[in-house]
Design a protein around this ligand. Structure first.
Ligand code: ADP
Ligand code: ADP
Length: 211
């Protein structure tokens, strides 16, 4: 299956994509994860992306296009879940063209819907493992006891000012993509509130109906 998991920062895209990877054999393609790895390793891409990511701005389209297309090609154009891509009209159009060229259209775009106050609550308590990039939530999905607490850190773009900017950027540049996919008959909205397992159950129902 080929799908996009779509929604604002903090909606649970990464968490649900990881569950889809574990339970349904889909590969999570997260442009955010690739960019953070590139920044850690100080590659050319990482150096170009750093200031945008740290300020909560979008990285230029051409840069993320290249890495998303490469990741999809590496997966053989199937069995992937895109997490955090596309985020602009231009990216969405490129993606449609790219998948059409390979006769591998998307099966569905799942939009996770979560109210703003809850997004802010989730992001303020999000923590990541400094080495593996694994995501946790201090209350809802805490790191296991055997993990060294010193390795559990907050992403610099999860600081309150940057979160505000990211939510604004989402509203202006990314949220309108919902209409793009709705017009193409590919959008399915999913209630993203409640527990992690509850949300996963709703996603499972949507995917089972498509199969
Ligand atoms: P996104 O990738 O959309 O930014 P994440 O998957 O990283 O979102 O989730 C944001 C934060 O909220 C993380 O700390 C995650 O553990 C937590 N989280 C994810 N889903 C839920 C949920 N259903 N209820 C409560 N917390 C959640
Ligand atoms: P979140 O999980 O909170 O939605 P991500 O981890 O997906 O955030 O992305 C973190 C940052 O990486 C974004 O704020 C942006 O700077 C950059 N980024 C990730 N994906 C894209 C994209 N498709 N286009 C432009 N910038 C991106």
């Amino acid at each position: 299956m080929r799908l996009i998991i779509f929604g604002p920062p903090g909606a649970g895209k990464g968490t649900q994509a990881r569950l889809l990877e574990d339970h349904r054999g889909l590969t999570q393609i997260s442009t955010g994860d690739v960019l953070r790895d590139a920044m850690d390793q100080e590659t050319t891409l990482g150096k170009k992306a750093k200031s945008y990511v740290e300020e909560g701005e979008l990285v230029p389209d051409e840069l993320v296009r290249a890495l998303a297309e490469q990741a999809i090609a590496d997966e053989g154009y199937d069995d992937f879940v895109l997490d955090g891509y596309p985020r602009t009209d231009q990216q969405a159009e490129w993606l449609t063209e790219f998948l059409e060229e390979h006769q591998t259209p998307l099966h569905v775009v799942l939009r996770l819907q979560v109210p703003n106050e809850e997004l802010v609550r989730r992001l303020s308590r999000r923590r990541v493992h400094a080495e593996t990039g694994e995501t946790y939530h201090l209350d809802h999905d805490p790191p296991p006891d055997d993990v060294d607490p010193e390795l559990i850190v907050q992403r610099s773009d999860d600081e309150p000012d940057t979160v505000r900017n990211r939510l604004e950027v989402y509203r202006e540049e990314t949220a309108p993509l919902a209409s793009y996919y709705e017009d193409r008959g590919q959008l399915v909205s999913v209630d993203g509130t409640g527990g992690i397992e509850d949300v996963y159950e709703r996603i499972t129902q949507v995917l089972d109906e498509l199969e």
